[in-house]
Design a protein around this ligand. Sequence first.
Ligand SMILES: O=c1ccn([C@H]2C[C@H](O)[C@@H](COP(=O)(O)OP(=O)(O)OP(=O)(O)O)O2)c(=O)[nH]1
Ligand SMILES: [Mg+2]
Length: 176
Amino acid sequence: MTRPPVDVLIRRVDPDVPLPAYGHPGDAGADLVTTEAAELAPGERTVLPTGVSIALPDGYAAFVHPRSGLAARCGVALVNAPGTVDAGYRGEIKVIVVNLDPRETVRFERFDRIAQLVVQQVEKVRFHEVAELPGSARAEGGFGSTGGHAAVDGVRGGNTQGGNSYASVVSDREGQ
Ligand SMILES: O=c1ccn([C@H]2C[C@H](O)[C@@H](COP(=O)(O)OP(=O)(O)OP(=O)(O)O)O2)c(=O)[nH]1
Ligand SMILES: [Mg+2]
């Protein structure tokens, strides 16, 4: 069953900007464009304006996600991915892009699609402080406690034990 779309008020900060649009009917993200051209050297980041501001219904948030094509082709990432747009935010939506390609400069033209906006319902919680939390199967295990992550040798990882700084993935594979 298809649910009806949620109505979101939108204002053009730039009168010529195309409104965020879904590429296909079932897409989760509506593409956002930059209203400013920009050039990013390798490693450089900048904040790009999208030319729109929105008013989300209470209980919703919008998340600024990267576009996979830009990431795969050009190494463009969002520094704060996913960026969080609060329901009460009325300012222009901005996108914090970084060029992670080690060699190539990336150029954005005005109205290039640079990110996608995913609108979601979000829960508001009340925090209840306790001295002890209830037990669970995972308990305090995290950060790779289940093993078998990166499938490459010699890739720098977070394991700095034993004097090296390489991901210790070999031991994960030995038992397989
Ligand atoms: O990618 C993003 C992330 C955030 N915002 C806007 C909307 C959001 O509601 C506001 C604040 O974002 P956030 O809470 O992530 O930043 P902060 O550093 O905590 O700022 P603040 O102190 O204003 O909450 O900035 C964007 O336009 N783009
Ligand atoms: Mg904040």
